[in-house]
Design a protein around this ligand. Structure first.
Ligand code: CTP
Length: 412
């Protein structure tokens, strides 16, 4: 893989300890990482930790190592600057164009993408000064992540938590592959995303499930939320994925629960992304007590059909019950067979389901399920077809969200 130069700026907040995991993840991905903390960051985490993790010396001031002119060179040479955590004070200094330490000087000289991952108390995040500073940085082209909600230091909780290091690393990788992948262009858009697999209960301990990991849907929710959308994620069973920052997560088990959750949230949504692997059938009967093996030969499991949630949403919109709904996205996992290839089946599915966009994955041979990389096609109801080049599920998500954003822009 392409080895990039990443600067990890660390400002002085308690979340500075999470920057250690971020540095670790970026170096393990093969990148050349240099840590530039502020002096206050070093009151939380020692320079030795950052030096050991990055393999490079750590300085905070512009008068260290002067012959190397680091206050100019570090920023100039970088492929990406990630500031995590970005405190209210650091954001303010970045907006003011200050250069009173090595990190702010680096921000002034960087010509590469800059990603700020804010972390602070809710009051500070919501203060008009910070709100304006974030808007200014975004207007200048920086990516400022939405913080996560949850426990902050002390007893309080609310928006202001640093997104998980893995999430920051994923979005950093996305910016490295495509610097313009995260415009803040979806404010005011309400998006409903379903993800993961459903589980159809047979008895209190058994179910019929599937191999969906939820990664693709989670990536769509994450990217859309970071582009400014208000995202509700209806999550079935996943591979233990952490909630994406800034996303409301509703948990469901079975296809029926998923259908009910979509019915509840769809009237408010402008976009529905159906990436969940919804079981087509469920056991006709739920046995309230554990089925015993007994001495008899096993009985057959009789199945009954589940509602098609995607087709149901398309129908409701056509009947005028979802006046806010502008874009409906379906997913298709296809193998191709004697009747036709993957795209042949996908075109048929798009027509049958009546959605606006269909994301098509070729499956089988270990592709698509439970893996991190993926490829496929994006088919539009207008006949548009584009290949989704091989890449991470986050890269694919960003292309899917691009296509949704384009439809919204075109007045969908
Ligand atoms: N889907 C749904 N409700 C179901 C089954 C599927 O909403 N009960 C949605 C999935 O979330 C996905 C799309 O429909 O967006 C495609 O699902 P798939 O199972 O591949 O399509 P089917 O029409 O069931 O076709 P087939 O099983 O013949 O491939």
């Amino acid at each position: 893989m392409d080895r990039k130069r990443i600067i990890v700026g660390v400002a002085g907040g308690i979340a500075a300890y999470k920057a250690c995991s971020l540095v670790r993840q970026l170096t393990e991905s093969g990148h050349h990482v240099r840590v530039v903390p502020t002096a206050s960051a070093l009151r939380f985490v020692g320079a030795a930790t950052f030096e050991a993790l990055s393999g490079h010396p750590v300085h905070t001031g512009v008068f260290d190592d002067v012959p190397e002119v680091p206050h100019v060179r570090i920023g100039q040479d970088a492929d990406l600057v990630v500031v995590a955590p970005a405190t209210a004070d650091l954001l303010a200094r970045a907006v003011a164009g200050r250069a009173d330490d090595l990190l702010t000087a680096t921000l002034l000289t960087a010509r590469c993408p800059v990603l700020f991952a804010p972390a602070m108390h809710t009051e500070m995040w919501q203060h008009p000064a910070t709100v304006d500073n974030v808007a200014t940085l975004r207007r200048r082209g920086a990516v400022v992540l939405e913080p996560a909600s949850g426990r902050l230091t002390g007893a309080d909780s609310g928006p202001g938590r640093l997104p998980e290091p893995e999430e920051i690393a994923t979005l950093a990788e996305l910016l490295l592959t495509r610097p313009d992948a995260m415009p803040h262009d979806l404010t005011g858009v309400r998006m409903l995303v379903t993800a993961g697999g459903t589980r159809e209960p047979l008895d209190p301990v058994r179910f019929i499930g599937n191999r969906s990991s939820g990664k693709q849907g989670y990536a769509v929710a994450r990217v859309a939320a970071q582009r400014g959308a208000e995202v509700t994620l209806i999550a079935g069973h996943t591979a233990g994925l952490a909630d994406p920052a800034g996303v409301e997560v509703v948990r469901i088990g079975s296809a029926t629960e998923l259908r009910d959750a979509v019915s509840k949230h769809a009237p408010d949504a402008n976009v529905l992304v159906m990436s969940a692997a919804v079981a087509d059938f469920r056991p006709a009967q739920f046995v309230a007590t554990k089925i015993k093996k007994g001495a008899e030969e096993p009985t057959e499991i009789v199945l009954t059909r589940n509602d098609d949630v995607l087709a149901g949403a398309v129908r409701s919109r056509a009947e005028g019950q979802l006046p806010n709904m502008r874009v409906i996205v379906g997913f298709a996992a296809e193998t191709g067979d004697a009747n036709g290839d993957v795209l042949f089946h996908a075109r048929g599915k798009l027509a049958r389901k009546g959605c606006d966009l269909l994301v098509v994955n070729a499956v089988g041979d270990g592709r698509a399920f439970e893996v991190d990389n993926n490829d496929g096609w994006l088919l539009g109801a207008d006949g548009a077809e584009s290949a989704l080049e091989h890449g991470s599920k986050t890269q694919m998500a960003s292309r899917i969200v691009d296509a949704v954003a384009a439809l919204l822009r075109d007045g969908a």
